[in-house]
Design a protein around this ligand. Structure first.
Ligand SMILES: O=P(O)(O)OC[C@H]1O[C@](O)(COP(=O)(O)O)[C@@H](O)[C@@H]1O
Ligand SMILES: [Mg+2]
Ligand SMILES: [Mg+2]
Length: 311
């Protein structure tokens, strides 16, 4: 529990959803504190074939324990785990059914060695995984920047909180959370863009789109999706990890990364796409499935879809 409850400011009504974000917020300072000693390779690969840092594993363990301990969470899966963990209770959309939670424990963890921003991504689904983005009931992310912030999206909208370690409130809390933006929406006039992947690996249609975007917007790319998407939510613009010539499915994973981010951006008044339509409509096929991801101001996403359709 926290000593300043953001739900009083119009957050999620659902107690399980609120408890999941309580757990994530409570874990954030601990993850942050543990990072300095965990910048090295763990010597293992994850289900996506990527090498795992000690920080990835530590965050995964801590969050796994905290989230599976929440009443009403029936299933848990992470980028760093091959299979979903049964947390007790059947997952579904009925009133007594449990939720499934998917996380990317450390997003952008290659930034750990170079000491740049990273995050944690969370998606809460009312359907067994792999699930459609339409089954999300809430999603959010923690951004470990100069300040630790948490962005939470649900039916009611999107809010941003600052999360800080607390000396310990009367209720035994260890973190304090203050809402700094109760109704986060994308600015109407976009100013930034950030696109992942190597430029020579971009398909010609996406390269042409990028060239046209460069005329209007400033480049902001830090190599952590959460940090780069937070730029777009703050200043307006477009983030993409596109389909690549060498990897038509792109890099980002639908369950842990693309769906939660698309949900947040759409709730904030923006749009998402896999190149043809909303990410939230992508058919779920596997827990670790990848998808191209484009999110941002609606007009920029419409322009993207027109550009990549034209090829
Ligand atoms: O190094 P690249 O190819 O630009 O990839 C960057 C992308 O990969 C990621 O780091 C993948 O996330 P993980 O660190 O969770 O594997 C994204 O955060 C980021 O957008
Ligand atoms: Mg990631
Ligand atoms: Mg990760």
């Amino acid at each position: 529990m926290t000593d300043s409850d953001p739900r009083a400011d119009g957050g999620p009504a659902d107690s399980t959803v609120a408890a999941v974000f309580d757990a994530v917020a409570a874990t954030a300072p601990e993850i942050r504190d543990a990072l300095p000693g965990r910048r090295v390779e763990s010597g293992t690969e994850n289900a996506s074939g990527e090498s795992v840092l000690a920080g990835d594993l530590y965050a995964d363990e801590l969050l796994g324990e905290a989230i599976t301990g929440v009443d009403g969470v029936g299933s848990f899966v992470s980028e760093e785990r091959e299979e979903a963990v049964d947390a007790g209770g059947a997952v579904g959309s009925g009133p007594d059914d449990a939720y499934a939670v998917a996380i990317d424990p450390l997003d952008g963890s290659s930034n750990l060695r170079s000491n740049n921003a990273m995050g944690t991504v969370v998606g809460i689904y009312d359907a067994p995984l792999p699930a459609s983005g339409r089954d999300l009931v809430a999603a959010g992310y923690v951004l470990y920047g100069p300040i630790t912030t948490m962005v939470v999206a649900d039916e009611a909208g999107v809010r941003e909180e600052v999360v800080e370690r607390d000396g310990g409130g009367a209720d035994g809390s260890t973190v304090s959370r203050s809402v700094v933006e109760a109704d986060l929406t994308l600015p109407r006039d976009p100013t930034v863009y950030g696109f992942g992947g190597r430029v020579p690996d971009w398909p010609a249609d996406f390269r042409a789109y990028a060239r046209s975007i460069e005329d209007d917007l400033k480049l902001r790319y830090g190599g952590a999706m959460v940090g780069d998407v937070n730029q777009v939510l703050t200043y307006g613009g477009v983030f993409a990890y596109p389909a690549l010539r060498s990897a038509p499915e792109g890099k980002l994973r639908l369950q842990f990364e693309a769906n939660p981010i698309a949900y947040i951006v759409e709730r904030a008044g923006g749009a998402s796409s896999d190149g043809t339509g909303s990410i939230l409509d992508v058919e779920p096929e596997a827990v670790h499935q990848r998808t191209p991801l484009y999110v941002g101001n609606e007009a920029l996403i419409e322009r993207l879809e027109a550009a990549v359709d034209a090829d």
